[in-house]
Design a protein around this ligand. Sequence first.
Ligand code: NAD
Ligand code: UGA
Length: 464
Amino acid sequence: MKFKKNILCIGAGYVGGPSMAMIAHKCPDYRVTVVDINKARIDAWNSAELPVYEPGLDAIIKKTRGKNLFFAKDIENQIQENDIIFVSVNTPTKTFGAGAGKAADLQFLEKTARQILEHSQSPKIVIEKSTLPVKTALAMERILASAKGKITFDVLSNPEFMAEGSAMTDLENPDRVLIGSRETQSGLTARAQLVDIYARWIPAEKIITSNIWSSELSKLVANAFLAQRVSSINSISALCEKTDADISEVARAVGMDGRIGSKFLKASIGFGGSCFKKDILNLVYLCSYYGLQEVADYWESVIKINEYQQDRFMANILGNMFNTLAGKKICILGFAFKADTGDTRESPAVYITRKLLAEHAEVVISDPKALKNAAIDLAHDEGKISYIEDPYRAASGCHALAILTDWELYKKLDFQKIYKSMIKPAFIFDGRNFIDHKKCFDIGFNVYPIGKPALSRFEDQPSV
Ligand code: NAD
Ligand code: UGA
């Protein structure tokens, strides 16, 4: 069959896989191919057990895979055969050299650009889908321009705004699609081609265009603003705990102001995920690089509050469990960084588990989708760790439950049954304010939410 357009995506991760599946689903007359240097990942995309858990993804993959969606390993051939190339490779925080700990590590992006250059035999549109520091397109253009005029490349920026756990609905019905380009004739023509793809299913008013630098920067800023809201509400949760105010009531009252809005005001153990921290650090680095130290400090404080929130949670566990956890069994309910994903990258659960192990506690980890990743994350940690998917079995014989992920199933647990199987006094530390605290207190638990008065049978924390 002859396809109208041939689209390639380099990078078959959490973004490349789902976003290309959506394009293939919405554009059956386009051929979409996804490649990756990680061959095992490509095998997994071609198998019954996809490498990414995302509600709704399986169904779309089943409909499109082998028809107009392909996961392939022959990167060089695919570069030759496709004219529109999305780049969706990882851009983690740099761990070495200048800017270590803050700047983005662009080695994967640069390698991809060089591969595109080496194997292209016709003009290409190259689309940055990865999240990148502002001005990366300039580097990309310079690498691609070394073809010495034989072949032309147009670089576009099309950052992805989907969130994990809701990727398929976000991709199907996004708040907006952003496309940045050079404002040259050829840049604008390339931009129009990309607009055409999204226009297949997204209303025209939601497809916005801008200059390429605004597009690159907007992505970092959007993530920084979202994370800032979480840190803002979490900072106030600390004040609530000192004053008997209730963070859920404060968030409702504040969020009902239409100018503020109600989303992203859920106090929690802190934000996790592969992007918020790395993207804010990247923004901080950029601000320092341009000599804007005050601006850098302002955004860095969002991360500091996030770390503070996790430390506070841990201090609460330790303080309320009589200042010793040695030999005690703590059950972690939820290891993923949020519900509906198996992703554990930068999950607060990793940090909390390590802190618990450092106190010589025994940790039992339960999660419906993230146990495999949890075991990889903690493979080199010393201490007693076990992985038990069934929350009832996991909690049995434990001294405390720490709820770290907002999995819907935890709301429906039979806490009476769980209480019976635990060591007394039994504790719940709810890092998501997710379960019915009063009900659990009435069952017999001592309950410690975030930003709300504790429901405890002990008047004061003992001191040592
Ligand atoms: P990921 O690590 O899951 O996937 C990236 C893939 O790129 C990996 O499988 C890796 O093997 C592959 N890769 C690296 N170099 C390659 C090369 N030279 N050739 C072929 N493949 C190569 O990462 P992700 O979560 O999909 O994120 C990708 C980008 O999208 C990042 O910049 C991230 O910030 C951004 N982003 C992520 C999300 C999210 O929810 N995860 C959302 C929006 C934007
Ligand atoms: C986030 C953004 O929401 C996406 O728009 C963006 O595309 C993506 O980052 C990215 O660039 O990677 P994601 O990290 O998948 O998506 O998930 P979010 O829903 O944003 O949650 C991030 C963290 O904040 C989670 O740990 C979540 O539990 C926490 N959170 C979120 C709260 O603690 N409180 C809230 O009110 C909202």
